[in-house]
Design a binder for this molecule. Structure first.
Ligand code: PMV
Length: 317
């Protein structure tokens, strides 16, 4: 059982957002994918002792006692999973405040980052930090992801917990790798929210109807991820960009793009980007653009002129 008051004051933990550089969707079907953390945009969980357990998430308009929260509420679900996994019969009352710089339902991994931050903060609050290895936090975050996503590959929880670029194959040990030359990315938000679970389920329906076609598309994405790993290792930025755009065209064929995403990718390329693609589940959310610093201003202007709502820059190191 957690020792009440054993950790006085405020406890805080955070986890980053992420981008999928290569291989979304195909990764659900066992093909390799590459993802990287976006460390400057984070979800943060803060906990302090209180008289009753209270959940506060200003960005989501949530402020309510845990006792009045249904079990399938996303924040409550993390707490219940944590309690069970840590084998704690009770938790002392606390106030949990969650804030996030990551837009929801936009392919930046906000759900996984929020869960991971809460799990780490709870482990600290309950003085069970020895349990909370990266492996344990990632596995628990994956369990919560399953509630919301149905059949997640596990890439989101892995990259936000380990906070390193990863080459990921479902069910295999995680592989981190070295980035020879930093990838300067622009992350442009279409402003359209899209639920991962809906898109993943739609792809599954299409895969069931057109199995051979989709298996071929997934294989091609896998080959791209494999080649991209070599290109990232040798610092061949032009090749990385080319592979990103090629991956976007395969995602279009899977029907997970959207007119605005295609427009943003096209505008970025016309303005001199090295490569661009949607990132995450698609149908909305973000596009990522690999850009030379010399072309950055022109590409930013082109993205804004084509309805990007916000643009963030991130260096993948
Ligand atoms: O959570 P999102 O929108 O970044 O999508 C995750 C990537 C998918 O490949 C579409 C799903 C998965 O579980 O890998």
């Amino acid at each position: 059982m957690c020792k009440e008051g054993s950790q006085p004051g405020l406890i805080s933990a955070s986890a980053p957002g992420k981008v999928i550089l290569f291989g979304e969707h195909a990764v659900v079907y066992g093909r390799p994918a590459i993802a990287a953390p976006v460390s400057q945009s984070r979800a943060t969980a803060t906990i302090h002792s209180s008289k009753e357990t209270l959940l506060i998430a200003p960005d989501l308009g949530i402020k309510r006692p845990l006792s009045q929260t249904s079990l399938d509420d996303p924040l409550a679900a993390v707490i219940h999973h944590f309690q069970r996994a840590a084998d704690l019969p009770t938790l002392p009352p606390f106030t949990l405040t969650v804030s996030s710089q990551l837009p929801i339902a936009s392919g930046l991994g906000s759900g996984a980052a929020i869960s991971a931050a809460i799990i780490r903060a709870l482990a600290d609050f309950c003085a069970v930090t020895e349990l909370a290895t990266d492996e344990w936090v990632s596995a628990l975050t994956y369990e919560v992801e399953k509630l919301h996503h149905g059949t997640p590959s596990g890439i989101d929880n892995t990259v936000v917990v380990y906070e390193k670029p990863i080459y990921f194959v479902k069910g295999e040990p995680i592989e981190t790798f070295t980035v020879k030359r930093p990838l300067h990315l622009l992350i442009a938000d279409s402003g359209i929210s899209s639920k991962t679970v809906d898109v993943v389920m739609d792809v599954r329906r299409r895969w069931e109807r057109e199995t051979a076609v989709f298996n071929r598309l997934f294989d091609q994405c896998g080959t791209i991820a494999h080649s991209a790993r070599t290109a990232i290792g040798t610092g061949d930025l032009l090749e990385i960009g080319r592979l990103m755009t090629e991956n976007h065209h395969l995602l279009q064929k899977m029907s997970v793009s959207a007119p605005i995403l295609d427009r943003l990718v096209g505008a970025a390329m016309d303005a001199g980007a090295m490569g661009a693609k949607l990132s995450g589940a698609g149908r909305g959310g973000n596009v990522i653009v690999l850009v030379d610093e010399g072309r950055e201003t022109a590409v930013v202007q082109a993205l804004l002129a084509n309805s990007a709502k916000t643009i963030m820059s991130s260096n993948i190191l």
